[in-house]
Design a protein around this ligand. Structure first.
Ligand code: 2IP
Ligand code: CA
Ligand code: CA
Length: 377
């Protein structure tokens, strides 16, 4: 398992490189955006963009992880399908080929014959993950690769990624929108129980290199299994919650009734809004908010699996909001699981976190939130 964490950190950094390359090349970026249609459409948005970067990143991760851990290969799933349609209406199945040249030739067909762009992408995809620096010494966990499955969101907060607004991040401060909300999310779960056990988050656009070398990223990771709980993030410093009051982060599209109930609990200044499901959970992990509440089924297994593992590693979790009214909030049965599709659903909805969610660090805070929302939904 230490080997798996090491590999996931490297492939997440490769993924971040692809995300950055795609934005750096303006003509390439124009070619990348396509609208989702049909059953895969995230119903929440009128326009939901699927980018070639998404598809390429997901396939690249699947390829690199499958090569080193063949036992997991068939259990690596993600948001995207690997079918991509080019400007000529031709459908191409995007895969990582045997050589960089072959991949470039395949990508050129998706990029309407733009060989320069295709070669740039192929180069990033074929980088040997072992040439990427990784300096962590992860814990050893008694699990076999054959027991594990993986959820990938190649780029979360695609709309922020496409819009591309650059923000300078202040330390200990939540920045509601911008490129920094775009995250690569790779979560590992136990196939038999659906429990999230390892998560890697890469934030490709964390800060600009002061020497003018472009964007630099940041990574976060966590492992939680049995009595092993290790995370790259430590508990937040600064004033305690008792001193400053409970804070909650929401989607700007959250229901009014939820906003009102939480305003009563936290006060108007402690209610915050931010883009990206992954970024909001990362804010909870970092202590920029105490919890993230979502009353709708607009996130999916690939959004929550990785950051959920980090929260568990620091003593928190992510519960299914619709289950919390019946069970005690500390009941493990209310924690989201990752192995079973929703019955009577098709397309992306098979894997939606249908009942909404609450991501938290502290279970007594979770109880207060659940109490505040009781009978409101
Ligand atoms: C989206 C993305 C959105 C989020 C939505 C996710 O994933 O994280 O930002 O909505 O729930 O499914 P919101 O920002 O309102 O929370 P993607 O960008 O991968 O489609
Ligand atoms: Ca997502
Ligand atoms: Ca995505």
């Amino acid at each position: 398992m230490a080997d798996l964490l090491d590999l996931l950190l490297r492939v997440a950094e490769k993924a971040a490189n692809v995300a950055r390359v795609c934005r750096q090349e303006a003509p390439l970026f124009q070619l990348l955006v396509q609208e989702k249609t049909g059953a895969d459409k995230n119903k929440k948005f009128v326009q939901d963009f699927k980018t070639l970067a998404d598809v390429v990143i997901q396939e690249m991760i699947r390829h690199d992880v499958g090569a080193q851990f063949p036992e997991i290969a068939a259990f690596i799933k993600g948001e995207e399908s690997n079918k991509f349609e080019n400007g000529l209406g031709e459908s191409v199945t995007v895969t990582v080929c045997g050589t960089e040249e072959e991949t470039a030739t395949l990508l050129a067909t998706v990029l309407d014959g733009d060989h320069t762009a295709a070669s740039l992408l192929a180069k990033a995809i074929h980088q040997d993950p072992h040439t990427i620096e990784s300096s962590i010494d992860g814990p050893t966990v008694p699990l076999n690769p054959s027991e594990l499955g993986i959820w990938i969101d190649p780029i979360d907060a695609t709309s922020q990624y496409i819009e591309g607004r650059e923000e300078v991040l202040e330390e200990n401060h939540l920045s509601p929108s911008g490129l920094h909300c775009a995250l690569v999310l790779i979560g590992v779960y136990v196939r038999s129980t659906g429990q999230p056990v390892m998560g890697v988050i890469n934030q490709p656009f964390h800060h600009k290199d002061p020497a003018g070398g472009g964007w630099r990223g940041k990574h976060y990771w966590g492992v939680s299994y049995g009595n092993i709980h290790v995370c790259s993030e430590s508990p937040p410093k600064g004033p305690t919650e008792a001193e400053r009051g409970l804070s909650v982060v929401l989607s700007s599209s959250e229901k009014t009734v939820v906003k009102e109930a939480l305003t009563s609990l936290c006060g108007p200044d402690r209610l915050m809004y931010a883009s990206g499901a992954g970024y909001k959970i990362l804010c909870v992990i970092q202590g920029l908010a105490d919890a993230y509440v979502l009353s709708e089924g607009s996130t999916f297994k690939w959004d929550s699996c990785a950051p959920h593992a980090l929260l568990r590693a620091i003593g928190g979790g992510v519960v299914d909001l619709s289950l919390t009214s019946n069970c005690g909030a500390q009941d493990q049965k209310t924690e989201l699981t990752y192995h079973q599709p929703n019955a009577d659903c098709t397309g992306a909805d098979l894997w939606a976190n249908r009942g909404g969610l609450v991501a938290y660090r502290d279970s007594s805070q979770l109880q207060r939130i659940i109490q505040a929302l009781k009978d409101k939904l």
